[in-house]
Write a protein that binds this ligand. Sequence first.
Ligand code: FCB
Length: 496
Amino acid sequence: MLRLLVLLTNLAVLVLSADKFSRDDFPPDFVFGASTSAYQIEGAANQDGRTPSIWDTFAQAGNMHGATGDTACDGYHKYKEDVQLMRDTGLEAYRFSISWSRLLPNGRGTINPKGLQYYNNLINELISHGIQPHVTLHHSDLPQTLEDEYGGWISRKSVKDFEAYADVCFRKFGDRVPYWTTFNEANVFVMGGYDAGNLPPQRCSSPSPYGLNCSRGNSSIEPYLAAHHILLAHASAARLYKNKYQDRQHGFIGINVLAYWFVPLTNSSDDQIAAQRANDFFFGWILDPLVFGEYPDAMKKNVGSRMPIFTTAESNWIKGSFDFLGVNHYSTSYAKDNPSSLKIKKRDFFADMAVEFSTWGLQELLKYIKRVYGNPPVYIHENGERMIRNLTLEDWPRVEYLHAYIGSLLDALRNGSNTKGYFIWSLLDLFELLDGFESGYGLYFVDLDDPDLKRQPKLSAHWYSHFLKRSKGMRLHGLTELGMNLSALSRSHFFQ
Ligand code: FCB
């Protein structure tokens, strides 16, 4: 299953969709941008008062084959250069995250002035270049001190600390930040960190079905508990924002999930139910409480008494506590019923799901969100193509992937989806959460052998830039013409 997660995250899919389109086919208030996250881009891990997060601990313990985010892309020092790159590319928005332990080194209490300064600088730089900041508060990097103190997200104490951290962010940056996301991939963070154990805080049951060394944790219980607290933390922060800041700051708040789109492997009703169950377990887990105030029935049924329960007050608190949904989408997958997994006595999250997968669009997913969740505003926070790092600056597969997905998004919009923005993962090749520096999704290559960590545009950066700037002759009349233009570009830019 661990391999499946990796595979699902990385497999590209080409979706048949509108292939002739331009930026102007999208509504003027729709935003196009690119994404990063604090631990993956900033570096300066031990500088200016920052303390470790659970990601620092995990990477430094050797879990990423020696790779760490200690330096990453040195975004902490190079933010001006990076904002200039964004500007040159024509990005309209930039999605990044705040490192909680850089801003509040003790997890709560005293604000680190250097951390505050850094995020103020970054936000101001973006705004002065006409780029809209979209800020995530938790991108998998809980301060280690809170993990040590009470076990992080498996303790309900995390809810209060998150709310207080969010309060600092709204108070200090909210006058300039119009879009807040409480959690990145609330679902995957929990699956990886508390079930599979392949991600920090690396908790899982022993013996691990994924061959990992699980020294602490409980995969039958903790994933559900951590998600429960994350939902409560989200709701507390979102309610706080709505009650105390929104009238004045006029921003919006949401949460992010990773959503594959699962389709049944066969027409059998068992597989159809399995695909629905997979969607329920993957994102209904987070979205159902937000929209309906309850976990999906399929989860309650299979997880039974291990499923935490919301009180009526909590359910009302969570229900409706969002202005938009953030969706990360990388691929679509087939689901096949696997009833035998329910025979396992000590079941983990994936055994509870009782689904087997095999991988091969965005459109169907957006249609589903429209139908089931009442068509809320959606931001595609991440979409992108994984490629081996260092391979080439001519990242054709990525250009094709992005082109196909943006086309598919346009089709979804034309069919009434309320999607409001799209961000490519990622702006730069950065420290990847699955394999460190082995692969990259970046529009820009970062040369790790260069002491200056020089950024170099790939074809995808040029392609996106042409799209965003509505360049003449680049109305994306299919990939052939695009190809000729880009080949010419690539020769003149990189290989002279
Ligand atoms: C997502 C993460 C993001 C990035 C991509 C490839 O799961 O949110 O940080 O690593 O995968």
